[in-house]
Design a protein around this ligand. Structure first.
Ligand code: MOS
Length: 742
C-alpha cells in the first residue's frame, strides 16, 4: 500500500525551482508596481527628534516617504500586533511612533518608481535623534537578569522550567565526581538565502493580495487584518515558495507592514525587499550563558544535574523557550534543578531559530557530559549508556518510542567509534591532530490541528489543499507522496496547493510539526473521499462492494478494493461516472490526540571527527555520522537533506557563526554574509545520515518530524572532538583559532 511513503522521491517542485518557474515573494509582478526602500535607525535607543525628508522627496521618481509622522492609521493596542506565536510583552510596531528601541529599527519607507531610486533616496533621509543610554552586551546584564515570571498563559507554561526534582544541591555536594562549567553561545542569525520581501497587489476596491515571505500565511493575514482593521475577505496572503526561513518567518515581519502601509497610502501595488543587513533585526537565536553542574556516582551514573541559564530578550518582549528543561529530560537522574533568567537588552526581540533552546542547551549539556566522562575516565558513549533513561525524567512518563540506544549503536558502528583511543592528543594523521567526539540530540515530536481539502476528479487526479507552507523542507513532496498512497493514485496525478491564506486552516510551519500534522490531515480527508466513493460504488447495479463497510475497503491502483478479497473492486472512474459525478470534494480537520500519558520526542546520536593543524590551529570537520530516531521517515531523500543541512549548520555553530555587536554604538557589525561566517563547501566533508527504525503510534501514520533534530547536539560533538584532538576545552562558541591557542 505504501507505494511512495518511505521512498527517496525527488522533490515534486524541483523542476519549478531549478528552472525559475517557482516564484518567491519579490518576484510577483503587476503593472504599475512601485518599490519601497527602508530607512533604519543608526542609534540603539532614544527618540527621533527631527526627520528631514526634503532631499529624498526632491529625487525624481520618488512618490512618497512614510514615517511615524505621516503614515496612515494603524492599530494602537498591543493585542492587534500579537501574532499567533508572539511572546509575552508589547510587540514592535513599525513606524508607530518616534521611539527607537534597537539599532537598525525601520523608521521610514521611501517609495519610488524603481527600487534603485528608492534606495538612493533612502540614503538622503536625515534624522536627528535624542539618544538614551543603551546596553547590548549580555555580560553587562548578568546581574540585572530577571527570573522568568510565572506563566501567564498556556504557551508560556509550555516553556517554563520544570520543577526541581529531588534535592539537587545536596546530591551535587555528596557526589563522588563533579563537573561544573560555564558555556556560552553567542547571538546567531538565520540568514536564509531568500531576502525577506513582500509584494502587495492593490486592486481597485482596496482589496489586497500580499505575496509575503513567511512560514504562516494565515498568521500574517490575521495580523494584517487586526493592524489595519481590514476584513479577512479583503486580505489574501500567499507564499507558494519560501527560500528558507528557519524560524525567522514565524512572526509577521516589518516589511509586510511597511508594504501594506504604503499600498494603502498610495492606493497602488508596492514591493518592499529588505537588504541583507536589514534582516539582522528580524530576530535571532538569543545568546545564552549557561552554568551546568553534574554530580555522578563512581559507577558513571548521574545523581545531580543543575542547569542555570541566562538568555537574551528585548526590552519590550519576553522571549524564552525550554532552555533548561532538556537537561532534566534526557538522562536518568534522581535530582535536578533549573534556573532561567532573562537579560533585557536594547536589541530587537529574539525569535525561534532551528530547534530553539535545544540547540543551545544541548551544546552545554553535551559538552558537560563529555567533561564528566573525562573526569570519570569513562568512554563518553559508555557514560550516555549508563545514564540512559527509558522514561521522561520530568514527568516520569514512558516515551511513545525512543530508539536512541539504536542510534548510539548504529552511529558508533558506522563511525568506527570502537577504534577511538580515549587519550586526548593521542591520535594523529600526518601533521594533524585527530579528535573523535560524540553527543546526543533531542527534540520534540509535536502535532497540531490542521484542515485539508481534497478534490478528486473522475479522471483520477486529485488536488490537495491546505494553507501550510513549504519553507524548503519538502512539504510539497511528502504531501504528494502521502496523498498518492492514501488515494491509491500515481504521484503525478496529485497536485498540491499550499501557501495561500484562503485555503483550509493550518498552523505556522514550525516546531517540526507540519509533516506529522499535514500527512495525517491528508489521511483523514482521504478516508472521507474513500467513504464517499464507496457510497457511490454501492449504488452501481450488482456492485461488487455492496454490503461492505467503509473500513473494509482501501484505495489502490485507482480502485476501491475490498481488503479481505482483492477480486472485489470498483475503479474510481467507474464509481464516479456511474453516479454522474465529476468531482468529489472533502474537507476534514485532523485533531491530534492529546496523549499526555507518554512523552513524544525525536533523538539523535552524532559522531564527529576533526583534524586540527597543530601549527596554526585550523579545525576541519572531516567526518560526521548522524543517526536519527524520528519515527516513520516519509521520504528518505528529503529527510536526509534535512539532517544534512542541520549538520552543516551545526558545523557553522561550532566553528564559524557569531553575531558581533559594537556595544559602544549598540549595532551589529557583521550584518552581512561576508562577515557573518557560515560554512562553505570547502568546510564540508563526509557527512553520513542514518535513520534507525522507530515504529511509533502517536499518530496513525507514525510520523514524528525532523526539520530540527538534525542540528541539535552537532556543535557539542565537534567541540568534544576538538578537545579529544587537542586537549583544549573551549566552552565559548564559536571555536576560533584564538580560543584554541595550541
Ligand atoms: Mo522553527 S525554529 O519552529 O521554524
Amino acid at each position: 500500500m505504501a507505494h511512495y511513503i518511505g521512498t527517496p522521491t525527488s522533490r515534486v517542485d524541483g523542476f519549478a525551482k531549478v528552472t525559475g518557474a517557482a516564484k518567491y515573494a519579490a518576484e510577483f509582478n503587476v503593472p504599475g508596481l512601485v518599490y519601497g526602500s527602508v530607512v533604519t535607525s543608526t542609534i540603539a535607543k532614544g527618540r527621533i527628534a527631527r526627520i528631514d525628508l526634503s532631499a529624498a522627496l526632491r529625487v525624481e521618481g520618488v512618490l512618497d516617504v512614510l514615517t511615524h509622522e505621516n503614515r496612515p492609521t494603524m492599530a494602537d493596542n498591543d493585542q492587534a500586533y500579537k501574532d499567533d506565536v508572539a511572546p509575552a510583552g508589547s510587540p514592535f510596531r513599525p513606524l508607530y511612533d518616534g521611539r527607537i528601541m534597537f539599532s537598525g529599527q525601520p523608521i521610514a519607507l521611501v517609495v519610488a518608481q524603481t527600487s534603485e531610486i528608492a534606495r538612493f533616496a533612502a540614503s538622503l533621509v536625515r534624522v536627528d535623534y535624542e539618544t538614551d543610554t543603551h546596553i547590548t552586551d549580555v555580560h553587562c546584564q548578568r546581574e540585572a537578569a530577571i527570573p522568568l515570571k510565572p506563566p501567564g498563559d498556556p504557551i508560556e507554561a509550555m516553556f517554563t522550567p520544570p520543577k526541581t526534582r529531588g534535592r539537587p544541591e545536596q546530591a551535587l555536594a555528596a557526589a563522588a565526581v563533579r563537573h561544573a562549567g560555564e558555556y556560552y553561545v553567542p547571538i546567531e542569525h538565520h540568514n536564509p538565502m531568500e531576502l525577506f520581501a513582500s509584494t502587495v497587489i492593490y486592486d481597485g476596491d482596496g482589496k489586497l493580495t500580499v505575496y509575503d515571505k513567511t512560514q504562516g500565511v494565515q498568521n500574517v493575514q490575521h495580523y494584517l487584518c487586526r493592524v489595519f482593521g481590514m476584513k479577512p475577505e479583503d486580505v489574501r496572503v500567499m507564499s507558494p515558495f519560501v527560500g528558507g526561513a528557519f524560524g525567522s518567518g514565524l512572526r509577521p515581519q516589518f516589511q509586510v507592514v511597511l508594504a501594506v502601509l504604503a499600498a494603502r497610502a498610495l492606493r497602488r501595488s508596492v514591493r518592499v525587499v529588505l537588504t541583507r543587513p536589514q534582516m539582522y533585526v528580524l530576530g535571532y537565536r538569543p545568546a545564552m550563558i549557561q552554568l551546568i553542574e553534574l554530580g555522578a556516582n563512581a559507577d558513571g551514573t548521574l545523581d545531580a544535574i543543575m542547569h542555570d541559564a541566562i538568555t537574551v530578550t528585548s526590552r519590550y518582549e519576553d522571549f524564552f523557550r525550554q532552555e533548561t528543561g532538556w537537561s532534566g529530560l534526557l538522562y536518568k537522574c534522581a535530582n535536578a534543578g533549573y534556573k532561567h533568567k532573562l537579560a533585557r537588552l536594547d536589541l530587537a526581540t529574539p525569535c525561534d531559530m532551528r530547534a530553539p533552546s535545544a540547540t543551545t542547551a544541548l551544546f552545554a549539556l553535551e559538552s558537560a557530559m563529555d567533561e564528566l566522562a573525562v573526569a570519570l575516565n569513562l568512554d563518553p558513549l559508555e557514560l550516555r549508556l549508563r545514564c540512559y533513561s527509558e522514561r521522561d525524567q520530568h514527568n516520569d512518563l514512558p516515551f511513545s518510542s525512543k530508539a536512541l540506544r539504536e542510534c548510539y549503536r548504529q552511529g558508533a558502528t558506522a563511525f568506527g567509534w570502537d577504534k577511538r583511543n580515549p587519550e586526548a592528543r593521542s591520535m594523529r594523521d600526518a601533521g594533524d591532530l585527530v579528535g573523535w567526539g560524540m553527543a546526543t540530540g533531542v527534540w520534540e515530536a509535536l502535532q497540531m490541528p490542521i484542515t485539508v481539502r481534497i478534490a478528486l476528479s473522475a479522471n483520477g487526479h486529485a488536488e490537495v489543499a491546505c494553507a501550510t507552507s513549504d519553507i524548503g523542507t519538502g512539504s510539497y513532496t511528502i504531501m504528494a507522496q502521502v496523498a498518492a498512497d492514501m488515494l491509491g493514485l500515481p504521484l503525478e496525478n496529485i497536485s498540491i496547493n499550499l501557501g495561500d491564506s484562503s485555503l483550509p486552516q493550518s498552523p505556522v510551519e514550525g516546531g517540526s510539526w507540519i509533516a506529522a500534522s499535514v500527512s495525517n490531515g491528508i489521511a483523514t480527508t482521504a478516508d472521507a473521499i474513500r467513504d464517499e466513493l464507496l457510497r457511490l460504488a454501492k449504488q452501481m447495479p450488482g456492485s461488487p462492494l455492496a454490503n461492505i463497510a467503509s473500513g473494509e475497503v482501501t484505495l489502490a491502483d485507482g480502485k476501491l478494493i475490498s481488503k479481505g478479497d482483492a477480486s472485489r473492486s470498483v475503479s474510481i472512474t467507474d464509481a464516479m461516472r456511474h453516479a454522474a459525478v465529476d468531482r468529489i470534494e472533502q474537507e476534514k480537520t485532523y485533531n491530534p490526540s492529546n496523549d499526555v500519558t507518554r512523552a513524544h520526542n525525536t533523538h539523535s546520536a552524532i559522531f564527529a571527527e576533526v583534524k586540527v593543524d597543530e601549527q596554526i590551529g585550523v579545525i576541519r570537520v572531516t567526518r560526521v555520522v548522524s543517526a536519527i530516531a524520528a519515527g516513520r521517515i516519509l521520504n528518505t531523500k528529503t529527510a536526509s537533506s534535512q539532517i544534512l543541512g542541520g549538520v552543516v549548520w551545526g558545523i557553522g555553530m561550532a566553528l564559524h557563526e557569531e553575531t558581533l555587536i559594537d556595544h559602544k554604538v549598540g549595532r551589529i557589525m557583521n550584518a552581512n554574509i561576508a562577515e557573518y561566517h557560515v560554512p562553505v563547501n570547502a568546510d564540508i566533508h563526509d557527512i553520513k545520515v542514518i535513520f534507525v527504525d522507530e515504529p511509533d503510534d502517536s499518530n496513525p501514520l507514525g510520523i514524528k518530524g525532523l526539520g530540527e533534530i538534525g542540528i541539535v547536539g552537532v556543535a557539542a560533538a565537534i567541540a568534544n572532538a576538538v578537545y579529544h584532538a587537542t586537549g583544549k576545552r573551549v566552552r565559548d562558541l564559536p571555536i576560533t583559532l584564538d580560543k584554541l591557542r595550541l
